[in-house]
Design a protein around this ligand. Structure first.
Ligand code: SAH
Length: 370
């Protein structure tokens, strides 16, 4: 049957399981799926012609209905500290961003899951652009594909991207199926083979999806808490009105039940000057998290134009840290990285997708890169 006019299937949209089912429908053996997944994600083939252990007939057959569609890199900025930020343009013209943060013992890629975000957290720049759409599996895993391809290999042969955090634009649990399939490729030994401890999904706390996720995949979880009580969290993370802290903590307990990869949950806490950073807030946070196995990650707020918030002072962050630490909690303070290229947390793609201003910003970016 002719497929003329119809959009071809993107082979990057398929997890191993989906690839098996797809090929089986076409009368191919399951091992062909493994071969294809390896070609796509390990050898990073950009066309079917490169897949030399697959017969010409099968390749020709596939080429009629399928292709390899990757996001297009429109900007690749490297910071003085080694941080990278890419702007990627999708087939429909929308843009997303991803960030790579190298550290001595790891390389972390921060991946986006949606164009924009529907959740409206008041301190997040992605929220300002509203929600456009979910990313496809190919657009999510395509980010890791591109990072792996473009980053220089480590001289010791270590993985350059060793960790992935779903902490870019969007709420990953509101793009559930695609995020699960993309993460399954991250873990898949025939694809990226990352350790389940090194793949982390960050959520603002969409409780029903947290429960479903635990049934489907074994990865690490981070929760954007940001406040010790509902009154304050309602203001910072409005989804809290639907899924309040008590229920969220109960969902975290359910999540940790059982599996080895889930020894703790990371609690993210953005440090906002005069808003959530007092001694009293720290003491309240200890009570809120009592009995739950957590690591608290204090994130210095990253300001962006037109925000009403300010970053807490280093002294304040240190004091907050000490109160938690003295109570026996595991706490860390996130280093701010890539400030010089706006690659920091919560600053992603606001500038590119703001609908009314998209053209202007593009013109500006293209000037910057030329
Ligand atoms: N929607 C998901 C993932 C994206 S945000 C979530 O809410 O977890 C990833 C992390 O960056 C979250 O903890 C988020 O609260 C934090 N963040 C957002 N904007 C920020 C900013 N301006 N400064 C510091 N952290 C920010």
């Amino acid at each position: 049957m002719s497929q003329a006019g119809a959009k071809k299937i993107n082979l990057l949209d398929m997890s191993s399981e989906k690839m098996k089912a797809f090929l089986q429908e076409r009368g191919e053996k399951p091992f062909r799926a493994t071969q294809l997944i390896k070609w796509l994600h390990q050898h990073q083939a950009e066309s079917l012609d490169q897949m030399t252990n697959i017969s010409k007939a099968m390749r020709a057959n596939l080429a009629e209905i399928a292709e390899i569609r990757l996001p297009e890199v429109v900007l690749d900025k490297a910071s003085a500290d080694g941080t990278h930020k890419w702007v990627l343009r999708l087939a429909d013209g929308n843009c997303i961003e991803m960030v790579f943060i190298p550290e001595s013992d790891r390389g972390t890629l921060c991946v986006s899951s949606q164009v924009g975000c529907a959740l409206d957290c008041t301190f997040c720049s992605t929220a300002r652009q509203g929600f456009s759409r979910n990313l496809t599996v190919g657009e999510i895993i395509g980010q890791l594909w591109i990072a792996k391809k473009t980053l220089q290999p480590d001289p010791l042969g270590n993985r350059v991207v060793s960790n992935v955090v779903m902490m870019g634009m969007g709420e990953p649990l509101l793009n559930f199926e695609n995020v699960i399939d993309a993460m399954s490729l991250m873990l898949d030994d025939n694809a990226y083979g990352l350790s389940k401890r090194r793949v982390t999904l960050s959520t603002s706390g969409v409780i029903p999806a947290m429960d479903r996720m635990r049934e489907r995949i074994d990865v690490s979880l981070a929760v954007s808490l940001h406040a010790p009580n509902d009154e304050l969290r309602d203001k910072l993370v409005p989804v809290n009105k639907k899924y309040p802290i008590k229920d969220l903590i109960a969902a975290c307990h359910r999540f940790l039940d059982g599996k080895a990869a889930r020894e703790h949950i990371t609690m993210e806490y953005v440090m906002l000057d005069g808003v959530n950073d007092s001694d009293e807030h720290a003491r309240e946070l200890i009570q809120t998290l009592k009995g739950l196995s957590v690591k608290v990650n204090l994130i210095p707020f990253n300001p962006f134009p037109e925000t009403r918030y300010k970053r807490s002072s280093n002294n304040r962050i240190h004091r907050f840290y000490e109160i938690l630490n003295n109570a026996g909690m595991v706490v860390m303070t996130r280093k701010t990285r890539g400030d010089d290229i706006d690659a920091a947390c919560g600053q992603l793609a606001g500038q590119v997708n703001d609908r009314s201003r998209r053209t202007i910003h593009f013109a500006k970016m293209e000037q910057e890169t030329s």
